[in-house]
Design a protein around this ligand. Structure first.
Ligand code: LLP
Length: 404
């Protein structure tokens, strides 16, 4: 859909996040369709974009929620995700978070260590309530063949080894307070190749089979994590259909619900970050375009050297030359792009940063006492505010009362 970015910036001010809700819905539907014919749950990874209205629209479509803090669990439920579609993952859950998750009776808690299993069992017993659990397996896929994988290796902090997982399932199965219902793996984010996904899925599917054969545990949920990559620039991506087929091919003969936890795939390319040019300047041979958006709004370029396509909202005269597009924050690392080809820019010209719908606003901060940007949804041609721009008063309120 073509959007009138100039009008949106005029109405809501900049810096601004804009989300195309129709595009988000299409992503959900494409992925759901890919798993057709199989019991499946698309459990949206709330961390990618946790705005309540975004989560609500996925909830309305039937999605579940993958949450990594009790705050995200609360958000998901507040946005209308039913408790039986909420999953709570993460390597470091506090006792109070575990307690609340059990009390809220969510689908399952995803365990990431033997020690955590012990805490969950203890808290479930205290509450007198059985906790449904799944275990995150770390399939240790060889990084030499697949160097872009970053979380499914023993070097990474996530999940447990196969042998530890077996011990944990035996223990959980024997416990009066734990009900093992699922198994989980997540080998990395922004995956653009299929083989590692298929390999990991095979390893984990074998484990499910052996748990059934050896211990008689029948798991209900096969949770393949998130990670489906998107095109930021010119990446070749995996189609949802091939993704689903790769996983399903490892599950023949098994009656198990496939759960996936996409974040980026659902929202990234449906989001735009709008920022206005403040100044152009030249330091020696180096050209800078200073804009009103900064690393506190969109940290991916600074943190990961991530590429985001950036384009003026209106056609410009003049040759493109490379410029660093930088924000007002007092750090040399505050940039949206380096050496990016741009035509000559003038004060107040609008730039559109693409693919900003995932890990954009959510990774924002108030660094340099900058209020976070407003967020706007565009749906069926109509726009509406879904988060106020943070004011100075919002920022100082938690401190002001202590001034005396
Ligand atoms: N499930 C688990 C257990 C995860 O750790 C993640 C992401 C997801 C699902 C969703 O992954 P996705 O489908 O979005 O790839 N801030 C980084 C990305 C961090 C991803 C962390 N885990 C970025 O901006 O690229």
């Amino acid at each position: 859909m073509s959007m009138d970015f100039n009008a949106l910036a005029e109405t809501y001010g900049t810096p601004l996040y804009v989300y195309d809700f129709d595009a988000m819905r299409a992503q959900y539907e494409t992925l759901k369709e890919a798993f057709r014919g199989r019991k499946s749950l698309i459990s949206y990874a709330v961390k990618a974009n946790s705005n309540l209205s975004v989560v609500k629209q996925f909830a309305d479509l039937g999605a579940g929620a993958d949450c990594v803090s009790i705050g995200e669990v609360r958000r998901a439920m507040m946005a209308g995700v039913p408790k039986y579609k909420v999953i709570f993952s993460g390597v470091g859950k506090r006792d109070d978070e575990i307690r609340e998750a059990i009390e809220r009776d969510i689908l399952y808690i995803n365990l990431e260590s033997e020690a955590e299993l012990g805490r969950v069992e203890m808290i479930a017993q205290e509450l007198g309530q059985v906790a449904r659990i799944s275990i995150r397996v770390n399939p240790n896929i060889d990084p030499k063949t697949h160097p872009y994988i970053s979380t499914g290796l023993h070097d990474n902090k996530f999940g447990v080894e196969i042998d530890a997982a077996k011990r944990m399932y035996i223990r959980a199965n024997a416990s009066e307070w734990l009900e093992p219902v699922g198994i989980h793996f997540h080998i990395g984010s922004q995956l653009t190749e299929l083989d590692p996904i298929r390999e990991a899925s095979e390893i984990v599917a074998d484990l499910v089979r052996s748990l059934k054969a050896a211990i008689g545990i029948e798991l209900k949920f096969f949770d393949i994590g998130g990670g489906l990559g998107i095109r930021y620039k010119d990446e070749t991506t995996i189609t949802p259909y091939d993704y689903a087929q790769a996983v399903l091919s490892t599950l023949t003969g098994m009656d198990i619900t496939v759960v996936c936890e996409p974040g980026r795939f659902m929202t990234a390319n449906a989001g735009y970050f709008l920022t206005r040019v403040l100044y152009e300047k030249q330091n020696g041979a180096k050209r800078f375009v200073v804009v009103d958006g900064a690393m506190n709004d969109l940290i991916r370029p600074s943190l990961y050297s991530a590429y985001h396509r950036i384009a003026p909202a209106t056609a410009h005269e003049g040759d493109e030359t490379p410029a660093d597009i930088v924000g007002p924050v007092c750090e040399s690392g505050d940039f949206l792009a380096k050496e990016y080809p741009l035509p000559p820019m003038a004060h107040n010209d609008l730039l559109v940063v693409h693919s900003a719908g995932a890990y954009g606003f959510g990774m924002g901060s108030n660094y340099n006492t900058r209020g976070r940007a407003a967020e706007v949804a565009v749906e069926a041609g109509a726009d509406r505010l879904i988060r106020d721009r943070e004011s100075f008063e919002d920022l100082v309120a938690p401190e002001l009362k202590y001034l005396g």
